[in-house]
Design a protein around this ligand. Structure first.
Ligand SMILES: Nc1ncnc2c1ncn2[C@@H]1O[C@H](COP(=O)(O)OP(=O)(O)OP(=O)(O)O)[C@@H](O)[C@H]1O
Ligand SMILES: [Mg+2]
Length: 175
């Protein structure tokens, strides 16, 4: 176990902790580490306000946007407001996904993980996470126990629950 660790991040503060935990184990055991992200959808834009460092991500995405902003957007909502084209929305979601992965990779490398890979995918988060982890040959999947979702009454997020239920390998849920 722990030859190859797969950690999933949606950009949430809890997923950030999962990345740090996975990187610490990878650093200690010399494991390979793959960081996976399932691209958000239009319907997740409200949830995206919960991302760690959301302001910096908004700034980054606004710089990469084709729109000219009179006033720089202050939130995910105002970044995506008025975008008429589905293609531009999808492009910005990809920009944000790439940046979530790049930041997670930097954090993992800072912690001392030596062999770090990144992978992004489309689709339903739990299925895509299971597929990416299998493709990577992971023997452990690390996730946050919650993500960007807002239903605080849930003890554990639905993605985390599904992955735990269906994975063939060990799943660690970080709190
Ligand atoms: N789009 C995603 N890409 C990569 N990892 C994800 C994604 N969504 C969730 N995860 C992983 O699953 C963990 C738990 O998130 P989950 O989505 O299950 O909780 P939630 O957002 O609080 O609840 P829900 O989505 O059910 O409303 C996250 O910390 C992250 O590790
Ligand atoms: Mg979620």
């Amino acid at each position: 176990m722990m030859k190859h660790i797969f950690v999933a991040t949606d950009g949430s503060p809890t997923a950030h902790k999962a990345v740090e935990f996975a990187a610490e184990i990878a650093a200690k055991f010399g494991s390979e580490l793959t960081i996976g992200h399932v691209l958000h959808r239009d319907s997740d834009i409200d949830e995206m306000a919960h991302m760690a460092e959301a302001e910096h991500l908004v700034e980054h995405a606004a710089r990469k946007s084709q729109r000219e902003f009179d006033v720089p957007p202050a939130s995910m909502g105002s970044l995506f407001a008025d975008i008429q084209s589905g293609a531009e929305t999808a492009r910005l979601i990809t920009v944000i996904g790439d940046e979530i992965l790049a930041r997670a990779e930097r954090r993992a490398t800072d912690i001392g993980a030596k062999s770090v890979h990144k992978h992004s995918a489309n689709g339903k988060p739990a299925n895509a996470i299971l597929d990416m982890a299998q493709e990577a040959g992971a023997d452990m999947i690390v996730l946050g126990h919650r993500g960007l979702g807002r239903v605080r009454s849930l003890i554990q997020g639905s993605v985390s629950q599904k992955v735990n239920l269906h994975a063939d390998c060990t799943v660690v849920s970080v709190r």
